[in-house]
Design a protein. Structure first.
Length: 360
């Protein structure tokens, strides 16, 4: 059987894997594993990004005292992650497929070295027929260093592993053109590059997850801009993964159409690492116009009007326009002291070379 994609990242949300009482839905989990196993045996490379650790732990243990949200998440995830990965291990073993656990934190994407270490780990697993099962390490993540949710993590994984598509499984069919509860509303089947969805996106969080549809669309746009198809679909529907790949026209879901441009591995890393930026370069209007032109250009000192923050050579910095709006992220070639000495000067080497510059 020929499938539409041969390299996939699949994100399974908390609301797909949990019942209404917050316990793990093993029947649904087993059905999804059956589908992943079928694709794997057909030669499709898959990385699973799976939520559900906190939900698994919540049903397993009753705290001896009232805990704050961080303590509660750490306790439930520590117990629940062991239960979750063991369940995956047993379910995949029935298909003769080995799985491996990858627990990560947002900090692990902050430096190029850590980023490449993670990528290499998962590449070795895939080369040896092992399905990586990725989750955030909630036991050591604290609020300010956490991913927005596993949607953000799955976007980073899809980008890092050069996947052809990212499938985000939620508990609804996709993005609706109104409130899903209202009669007459329908799923937006395709989202072209640049299409405005702000009128349709609801900002509330989902039941057991941390994120909502706003996070999903933000991540989906960024990943699609890197040339990767993104599909938001209902993970509670029977055979959903197979249907998406075999019968794309008949399967109700929302697809984000990928950009034609091919983004380099370094630029993909930079695109998803803006949260680690140590400073800001503020550019004049001419410099911003040049960056957005058809010709590839670097950020030169002559176009920089102001520098904020203290940073070292090779740190990430945000690129801002004259009105203070972010236009990109890049890796700086000098430290902040030297950058300020070069400010506004002609004939200097780039502060951010084009090869290490990601424009939004």
């Amino acid at each position: 059987m020929d499938y539409q994609y041969t390299k996939l990242a699949v994100k399974i949300g908390s609301n797909v894997l949990t019942r209404k009482d917050g316990t793990l839905d093993v029947t649904r989990m087993s059905a999804l594993v059956d589908q992943v196993a079928e694709l794997h045996k057909a030669g499709v490379e898959i990385v699973l990004v799976s939520s559900g650790a906190v939900a698994s732990g919540r049903s397993e243990i009753k705290p001896s005292r009232k805990l704050d949200s961080v303590d509660q998440r750490q306790l439930f995830s520590a117990v629940g992650q062991a239960k979750l990965i063991n369940r995956y291990y047993e379910l995949f073993r029935e298909h003769g497929i080995a799985v491996g656990q990858v627990l990560t934190t947002k900090e692990s994407f902050g430096t190029r070295r850590h980023y490449l270490n993670q990528r290499n780990c998962m590449r070795v697993m895939l080369e040896n027929g092992v399905i990586p099962i990725v989750n955030e390490n909630d036991t050591i993540s604290v609020t300010e260093l956490m991913f927005t949710d596993n949607d953000e993590l799955s976007g980073m994984i899809a980008s890092m592993m050069d996947m052809q598509a990212l499938i985000i499984l939620s508990n609804i069919d996709g993005i609706y053109n109104g409130s899903p509860s209202q009669p007459g509303t329908s799923v937006i089947r395709e989202v072209e590059q640049g299409k405005d969805l702000s009128d349709y996106i609801q900002t509330e969080k989902s039941g057991f997850g941390r994120g909502g549809m706003l996070t999903k669309t933000t991540i989906a746009r960024k990943v699609a801009d890197e040339g990767i198809s993104v599909i938001i679909a209902n993970g509670k529907k029977d055979n959903i993964l197979i249907d998406i790949l075999q019968h794309p026209e008949q399967t109700v879901c929302t697809r984000f159409i990928p950009a034609d441009s091919d983004v380099s591995s370094v630029k993909k890393w930079i695109a998803h690492s803006e949260g680690f930026a140590k400073g800001e370069l503020h550019l004049n209007e001419q410099a911003v116009t040049a960056l957005r032109g058809k010709k590839a250009v670097s950020v030169l000192p002559v176009g920089v009007t102001r520098i904020e923050g203290d940073f070292e050579k090779d740190d990430l910095v945000k690129i801002m326009d004259a009105r203070g709006k972010q236009v990109g992220v890049g890796r700086i070639t000098v430290d902040s002291t030297e950058a300020r000495e070069m400010l506004g000067m002609h004939g200097q080497r780039p502060l951010v070379h084009y090869d290490y510059l990601y424009l939004e």
